[in-house]
Design a protein around this ligand. Structure first.
Ligand code: X2X
Length: 342
């Protein structure tokens, strides 16, 4: 009897020791988890980050406190360093566009190839396809982060201060600012412009001073950042690229959380992504009218004009399919074609 009681006590002790061991393996929670976003919550994509942080704080009763650092301030505004900084432990939470990380993890740029997902039907089909997303999330995990959900940064449109852009000839000699992504640089060269790589922080003064003539961003960003006040008078809405907004957690941080908290954080990211996509699409629906109301000329390309852009970028596109992930790109193209009824 006594013996059995002793054994019971021993078992209880082992269990509690085991739990203690587990807690230790999971590590102590930090007082603050640092999240980088390029733009602040006044933009739909920065707002996506704010919604995520709020949901996590509420649903974990403050156990997980995510603090947003907009302006990519954790990397001194150098947004192309975000992913590397996440790997170094400077950033805990990513809520960003993989196009910014092209120099670190090229293969994550598959959704940003020119004209690969030309409309929302194609975009939705690809980003909700289980086989595509399993493979993509596998690449994110291999790169050192736990992927949680995917929002939308928005279709990117070109603007400039010189003339309306209708055909590749209109791009000749235009100095265009692009993010530090060689893929975007080569697309712009293929279209006839002179690309220059610059962070978002540096882009705005460069546009204001006329050091660069053109830029490309979703019109939601054009409006929120008041890019028309920087002398940008002409917009062409050609929907050439629409990057995902990836919500992800640095792998060591992710494994320091209990399975229950991991589940809460994943659901919060999925809910935030859904809301964020809703915001972006609402703005997209009215963006032409909103931009025109500012006195900016907005050109909507004809089907024929769209074909000239596709042709101009065919070579750059083929090169970057190889440079990112040929197999996954083929899957994305097949799903997109089906969604668009081709
Ligand atoms: O810098 C940009 O142009 C922005 C805000 O769109 C990105 O982060 C890619």
């Amino acid at each position: 009897m006594q013996r059995r009681q002793l054994m019971k006590a021993g078992a209880a002790m082992a269990t509690s020791l085991g739990l203690a061991g587990l807690t230790r393996a999971q590590g102590a929670y930090k007082a603050e988890y640092k999240m980088s976003t390029v733009v602040p919550p006044a933009f739909a994509w920065g707002k996506g980050g704010a919604i995520f942080a709020d949901l996590v704080r509420e649903r974990t009763a403050g156990r997980i406190n995510i603090k947003q650092y907009p302006g990519a301030s954790l990397v001194q505004g150098q947004q192309d360093r975000e992913f590397a900084a996440m790997r170094q432990g400077v950033i805990d939470v990513l809520c960003g566009a993989p196009i910014n990380w092209a120099g670190t993890v090229r293969e994550l740029g598959v959704f940003t190839l020119p004209f690969i997902l030309p409309d929302h039907k194609a975009w939705d089909a690809a980003t909700t396809d289980p086989a595509i997303m399993d493979e993509y999330f596998g690449l994110v995990r291999k790169a050192g982060a736990e992927p949680l959900a995917v929002g939308e940064t928005g279709f990117r449109q070109i603007s400039n201060r010189v003339r309306p852009i209708r055909r590749p000839e209109d791009m000749k000699g235009l100095k265009i600012r692009v993010v530090g992504s060689p893929m975007y640089g080569e697309i712009m060269s293929a279209m006839g412009a002179n690309p220059t790589f610059m962070s978002w922080a540096d882009a705005q003064p460069a546009l204001a001073s006329g050091a660069v003539d053109a830029q490309e961003n979703p019109l939601e960003v054009f409006l929120a950042a008041k890019i028309h006040t920087l002398g940008q008078k002409y917009v062409t809405k050609w929907n050439y690229s629409n990057d995902i907004l990836l919500f992800a957690i640095a792998a060591p941080v992710w494994s320091s959380w209990t399975p229950d908290d991991q589940a809460i954080v994943r659901t919060a990211a999925q809910d935030a992504a859904k809301q964020q996509i809703g915001l972006v699409r609402k703005l997209f629906a009215d963006d032409v009218a909103a931009v025109r109301a500012l006195g900016v000329d907005v050109h909507l390309p004809t089907a024929e004009e769209m074909q000239t852009w596709r042709e101009a970028t065919r070579g750059a596109s083929a090169k970057w399919k190889e440079a990112t992930h040929t197999g996954l790109v083929a899957k994305i193209e097949a799903v997109a074609a089906k969604a668009m009824g081709r």
